[in-house]
Design a protein around this ligand. Sequence first.
Ligand SMILES: Cc1cc2nc3c(=O)[nH]c(=O)nc-3n(C[C@H](O)[C@H](O)[C@H](O)COP(=O)(O)OP(=O)(O)OC[C@H]3O[C@@H](n4cnc5c(N)ncnc54)[C@H](O)[C@@H]3O)c2cc1C
Length: 460
Amino acid sequence: MTHGHLVVIGGSVAGLMAAAAASDRFERVTVVERDQLSGSPEPRAGVPQGNQVHVILPLGLERMEEVLPGIRQNFVERGCLEFDQLATVPMMSESGWKVRVDSANAVAFRRPLFELVIRERVLALGNVSIRHGSARGFLLSDDRSRVLGTRLRDGSEIEADFVVDASGRRTKSPAWLQDLGFGAPTEVRANAYMGYATQFVRIPEGVLDGALGLVVHPAPGHHRGGVLLPADNGVHSLSAIGMMRDYPPREREGFLDFLDDARSPLLGEIARRSVPVSDINTYHQDGNLRRRWEDESLPDRLLVVGDASASFNPIYGQGMTLAASGGRLLKAALDTRSSLDALAHDVQGDLARVIDAAFSMSAAVDSMFEGSECTNFTPPSPEECAYAAAVEELATVDPEVALAAGMAAFYIDPEVLRTEAIQLRVEDWIDSERTTGGADPGRYPTEVRSTDSTAAAATF
Ligand SMILES: Cc1cc2nc3c(=O)[nH]c(=O)nc-3n(C[C@H](O)[C@H](O)[C@H](O)COP(=O)(O)OP(=O)(O)OC[C@H]3O[C@@H](n4cnc5c(N)ncnc54)[C@H](O)[C@@H]3O)c2cc1C
């Protein structure tokens, strides 16, 4: 044990991962959470997105394992489904059905169960406790050089050697810091005004023809789409997704009608055969929001992680992977350094590089929706758009490109699509002026095709 007391503001995924990451380097870790947390997997007010579809990317799962070894198995034991999304969930893009290939495993669940499993693991560490309360500001040293803890709404103060803000997209840290005379971080935005409506359902035997779900994302030019994904314990998440303020409704007939308007009629057809096990819940979000904390001269010993640092259009499923990455980076820094001085600044910089990759992928696509609004973000050039469009097309006929596109998304690594081999294929395709000829949107591919790099992908 090297340090004294760590305080984490926010007890959702990012806060829990930070607490777990730091627990063996601090004598005590206190997670301050404004919601009263129960021992059952219930949606809660502080995480309003909790009753929407959630899946963790393979990269996020790996990062979680690095911080909490065995967590993957804990999820599976509680009924969360480990599955290879590219192989088992047919996916329709603007250009048609993507080729199905073996790739890497994600895990599916209802979000409150996922969080509960992590919370149980974190509390079992022994030196982490959760304090019910709402943070209202930071305590600052007399010379204003470092944060000394947090002040709660009830007037009490908690002193700490290091503070992590994991209070989510609506963090008040920028305002608290401004009140103390510091600058607020520059905000980067790419807004395509997305709306979700999610219902948990059971899918009768035989309806999915051997697949585990279906993804028909909205795209520029077609604002309505949806997903059917496995969750846990035999339940599926069924979500209607609309872009550019075309929000799906909360009542079942309208919800099903909305799904009928996706580019594949299969989504609505399957949805109509599903058996609801929950109400329909809705969620609206302006879009991608990144705060450039790494550029600010903040008081020392303050780190901002999770959605408080960047939150994304959830279609791309990146948020919890970034939350886990924040924890993993904090752990790496604490394991290799004996002093806490300047550690927060360096971890914030490391995290910024991961965020940049994620943001560049989600914001680039969202900025292509007509009428989307960007602040401090430059949309991709026409050449970059042409390359991305060619990748989408090729992924409907070429298993190697389908795999690369999937792995770039799963591992938040756009460079996977810029290897020499992939570039050659894409440039050949663009030069040939071929088109895919269109696929029948009413029939998805049932074959899982093999790739040269499937084996390599498994150890990516
Ligand atoms: C519709 C939707 C679908 C999504 N789907 C996915 C997906 O498939 N995959 C994925 O990886 N991500 C997804 N996300 C993103 C994911 O939900 C977040 O990235 C994830 O919850 C991590 O966020 P966080 O822990 O930083 O903040 P949050 O989950 O927002 O939690 C913040 C916590 O801080 C607490 N808090 C806030 N203020 C205070 C305060 N002042 N004092 C004390 N406590 C406070 C809150 O009560 C809450 O517990 C989705 C998001 C949305 C909106």
